[in-house]
Design a protein. Structure first.
Length: 249
């Protein structure tokens, strides 16, 4: 195995473990993937049946575009292949060039927003402004994603955005790197959490104006600020290394 591929497996295993530590996981469900090539023909995916707290780098499979495991031991879960393979392929077609890493979760606060009628992520919190103008919404829940056309539909709904709220289901977050996607996943859940807390007061939300919201979103793309995902992920990896370094096995 190439050293570069192994490093990506270690990073992906770390992201899965961290998601569990922050309460973003759900049993053995949901998946994180990382494409090993620009065409989206091969991607990394952890084997089905493992709790996120026990996933190791050696549990990460390399999967081809037909859903076959090219290395490692374990089962490729059907819905993971259906959703993630289609988003990775869309990335190769230029539909969403940032979809090198795809993270799908049912994390509680973001999923709670997906259950509400006519309510999305509002520009009421600085973390929410990270995603201003970069969020897509799918309102066509159609049951378990077991058919390939459902993966195509969700990929089309995502379009060129980096976040997709899946109605009555959960969210998909994409990024150019594992660190970027995880950083967005973390702060998306924080933004959804404080929005729901604000809603719980029963008082009107105080939204940030469109001009300020757009300018703030642009500020998050400044070179200095763009260092945050890698530094944040490295800091979180240090926490894992002290608590339980077995993710890297």
């Amino acid at each position: 195995m190439e050293e570069r591929t192994w490093r990506h497996k270690v990073d992906l295993a770390a992201a899965v473990r961290l998601a569990d530590r922050f309460g973003l996981s759900e049993g053995i469900s949901n998946h994180f993937t990382y494409s090993l090539d620009e065409a989206g023909e091969r991607f990394l995916l952890h084997a089905f049946g493992l709790h996120w707290s026990e996933v190791r780098a050696s549990d990460i499979l390399t999967v081809d575009c037909d859903g076959n495991a090219l290395d490692g031991d374990g089962e490729v879960e059907r819905s993971a292949f259906v959703i993630h393979s289609r988003v990775h392929r869309a990335c190769s077609r230029g539909a969403c060039s940032r979809a090198r890493c795809v993270m799908h979760t049912h994390m509680p606060y973001a999923t709670a927003l997906s259950l509400l009628e006519d309510t999305g992520l509002e520009p009421v919190d600085q973390n929410a402004l990270r995603f201003y103008g970069d969020v897509a919404y799918d309102s066509g829940y159609a049951g378990l994603a077991l058919a390939e056309d459902e993966g195509e539909r969700l990929s089309a709904a995502l379009g060129d955005k980096r976040v997709l709220f899946m109605s009555n289901h959960g969210v998909v977050v994409v990024g150019e790197t594992i660190a970027e996607a995880f950083n967005d996943l973390y702060y998306l859940e924080r933004a959804c959490q404080v929005q729901i807390l604000a809603h719980s007061t029963g008082r009107p939300l105080k939204c940030v104006g469109a001009n300020v919201a757009a300018a703030t979103a642009a500020s998050f793309r400044e070179p200095l600020v763009m260092q945050e995902p890698a530094k944040h992920f490295a800091a979180l990896r240090r926490l894992l290394d002290r608590a339980d370094p077995s993710y890297a096995d």
